[in-house]
Design a binder for this molecule. Structure first.
Ligand code: HEC
Ligand code: HEC
Ligand code: HEC
Length: 409
C-alpha cells in the first residue's frame, strides 16, 4: 500500500507534464489553428475573384500611415457590434484586410474608425485637416501633420498626397465588389444560421453620417420652432471653421478648399435648400453631411444660416430681365436648366451640380462675380470675353429673379 502510493506520487510529474502539454496543444488548436482555418475558409469562399491590391502611391501612403502612428488613434476594423455598424457600416470581413501586412487594425479609437473612410471626404478636406485639424474641426484633438506640407494646406508634399490617396482607398475593395459581390459572399459563406455572420450583410456598407450623396433621399421634416442659442452654438462648433463666424465664407479652413465654402451672408436660401445641404452634404465638395444631428438641431442651424442674409434689393427694370432671359436661354440652360432648377441636359455629368436658382439667390455682387470669374473647382467657367459686360449684368439680374423663396416653407 505504502509502496504503491509512493510510486503513484513519484509518477505525478509525468501526469502533470502530460496534462500540461495536452493543455498547451489544446490552447494552440482552439485559439490559433482553428480560428485561422475558419478565417482561411472565409477568405477563400467570400473574397471576390480578384481582390484589388494597392497602387504604388497607396502603398507609400500606407507606410506613412504606419510611420506617423495614425493607428494609435484610429482603428480600421468595424466590429460585429451594433454600435459600430450604426456609426460606420457593415462589419469588416476577413478578406478586406488580406493584403494588410503588417496590419493596421489598431486597438484604440480616439478618432473615428477609418475602415471605410475612402468615400466619405474630399481630398481638399483631408489636406486642410491633416495640415491643421482644428482649422476644420474646431475641438479636434488630432495632432497636426504640417511637415507633410510645404507651408500651407494647398501645397501638399508627395508624402501628404500619398497619405490621402491611401485614405481614399480605404473600403474601396468591398465597395467595388458591389451588391452582387455581397450576394455572392453571402451565398458562399454558407452561414444562414450564423447570426454573427449575417450581421456582416445586414446593414449599409458605409453608414458614415458625414458621407455626401446626391440629394433627394429621406430628408427629415423639421419642427417649426427653433432654439436660436443652440443654433449659434452648433454653428460655432461645426460650421464657422469653413463658413466663418458671420457666414462670409472666410473661416480658417476656407483658404485652401476648392470649391470654397459658400458665402452664406450673400445668399438667400429656401429652407429646403439648406436642409438638403445639411442632410446630404454637397456632393463633390468639402461640405459633409450632418445626418448625425436630430431634426431640432438641423432646424436651428437652418435658422442661423438664413439669419446671415442682409440687404434689400433695388428694383430691376423689365427690359433688363428680358435681355437677361435671352442671354440665359442661349448660354446657360444646358447646365442650369430652362427654369433655373439646375437640371439642364448636361447637369448629370458634373460632380458638383449646377446651382438651382429657384431655391438659392446670390446677391447681385456674387452673381456678377460668378459670371466674371467663374466658380473655381466647378464647371462654371468665366463668361468675361464670351458675353459683353451689359449682357453679363442682365443675365446676373435675370438668374436672381428666378428665386421662389420658401414656397410654403
Ligand atoms: C492623438 C490621436 C490621433 C492621431 C495620432 C491621429 N488622429 Fe485622426 N482623428 C483623431 C480625432 C480625435 C479625430 C476626430 C476629430 C477630427 O475630425 O479632427 C480624427 C479624425 C480623423 C479623420 C476624419 C474622420 C472622419 O471621417 O470623421 C481622418 C481622415 C483622420 N483623422 C486621419 C488621420 C491620419 C491619416 C492620421 C495619421 C497621419 C491621424 N488621423 C492621426 C485623432 C487622431
Ligand atoms: C469643411 C468645410 C465646411 C464645413 C465645416 C461646413 N461647410 Fe457648408 N459648405 C462648404 C462647401 C465647400 C460648400 C459648397 C460650395 C459650393 O457648392 O460651391 C458648402 C455649402 C453649404 C451650403 C449650401 C449652399 C450652396 O451655396 O450650395 C450650406 C447651406 C452650408 N454649406 C451650410 C453649412 C452649415 C450649416 C455647416 C455646419 C453644420 C457647414 N456648412 C459646415 C464647406 C463647409
Ligand atoms: C457647364 C455648365 C454650366 C454653364 C454652361 C453655366 N453654369 Fe453657372 N454654374 C455651374 C456650376 C457647376 C456652378 C457651381 C455650383 C456650386 O458652386 O455649387 C455654377 C454657379 C453659377 C452661379 C453662382 C451661384 C451662387 O449661388 O453663387 C451663377 C450666378 C451662375 N452659375 C450663373 C450662370 C449663368 C448666368 C450662366 C450662363 C451665362 C451659367 N451659369 C452657365 C455650371 C454652369
Amino acid at each position: 500500500m505504502t509502496t504503491r502510493a509512493g510510486r503513484a506520487l513519484r509518477m505525478a510529474y509525468v501526469v502533470a507534464m502530460v496534462a500540461g502539454v495536452a493543455f498547451f496543444v489544446m490552447s494552440v488548436t482552439l485559439l490559433g489553428v482553428w480560428p485561422g482555418r475558419v478565417l482561411d475558409r472565409q477568405v477563400r469562399t467570400m473574397s471576390p475573384e480578384r481582390a484589388l491590391g494597392l497602387t504604388v502611391s497607396e502603398e507609400r501612403g500606407r507606410a506613412i500611415y504606419g510611420r506617423e502612428g495614425c493607428a494609435y488613434c484610429h482603428t480600421q476594423q468595424i466590429r460585429f457590434v451594433h454600435a459600430d455598424m450604426r456609426r460606420f457600416g457593415a462589419p469588416t470581413l476577413a478578406w478586406e484586410t488580406r493584403f494588410d501586412y503588417p496590419h493596421l487594425w489598431g486597438t484604440r479609437r480616439i478618432g473615428p474608425d477609418l475602415a471605410r473612410a475612402g468615400s466619405v471626404r474630399t481630398d481638399d478636406w483631408h489636406f486642410a485637416h491633416l495640415f491643421a485639424p482644428r482649422s476644420v474641426v474646431t475641438d479636434s484633438v488630432m495632432p497636426s501633420y504640417a511637415w507633410l506640407f510645404d507651408g500651407s494646406p494647398d501645397r501638399p508634399l508627395q508624402g501628404a498626397r500619398d497619405l490621402v490617396v491611401y485614405l481614399q482607398s480605404l473600403g474601396r475593395a468591398r465597395e467595388l465588389a458591389g451588391p452582387d459581390g455581397e450576394a455572392r459572399a453571402r451565398e458562399r459563406c454558407d452561414c444562414a444560421g450564423d447570426h454573427t455572420m449575417q450581421m456582416a450583410f445586414g446593414s449599409a456598407l458605409n453608414a458614415s453620417p458625414a458621407r455626401t450623396r446626391t440629394s433627394g433621399t429621406d430628408v427629415p421634416v423639421l419642427p417649426i420652432s427653433v432654439n436660436e442659442r443652440r443654433g449659434r452654438q452648433l454653428y460655432a462648433a461645426n460650421c464657422a471653421s469653413c463658413h466663418g463666424p458671420r457666414g462670409a465664407g472666410d473661416g480658417p479652413a476656407a483658404a485652401s478648399l476648392v470649391p470654397a465654402p459658400s458665402d452664406l451672408s450673400s445668399h438667400e436660401y429656401a429652407t429646403a435648400r439648406i436642409v438638403d445641404a445639411l442632410w446630404n452634404g454637397v456632393a463633390g465638395t468639402a461640405m459633409q453631411a450632418w445626418r448625425d444631428y436630430p431634426p431640432d438641431d438641423l432646424a436651428a442651424l437652418t435658422g442661423v444660416v438664413q439669419g446671415f442674409h442682409v440687404g434689400q434689393d433695388a428694383a430691376v427694370p423689365d427690359s433688363l430681365l428680358a435681355t437677361g432671359e435671352r442671354v440665359y436661354v442661349a448660354n446657360c440652360v444646358q447646365c442650369h436648366g430652362r427654369d433655373g432648377r439646375g437640371d439642364g441636359s448636361a447637369a448629370g455629368e458634373f460632380t458638383i451640380a449646377p446651382t438651382n436658382f429657384r431655391t438659392q439667390r446670390p446677391s447681385m455682387n456674387s452673381s456678377l462675380r460668378a459670371l466674371r470669374e467663374g466658380v473655381r473647382g466647378t464647371r462654371m467657367a468665366s463668361w468675361t470675353g464670351r458675353l459683353s459686360e451689359s449682357e453679363i449684368v442682365a443675365v446676373a439680374a435675370y438668374v436672381r429673379s428666378l428665386y421662389e423663396s420658401n414656397g410654403g416653407r
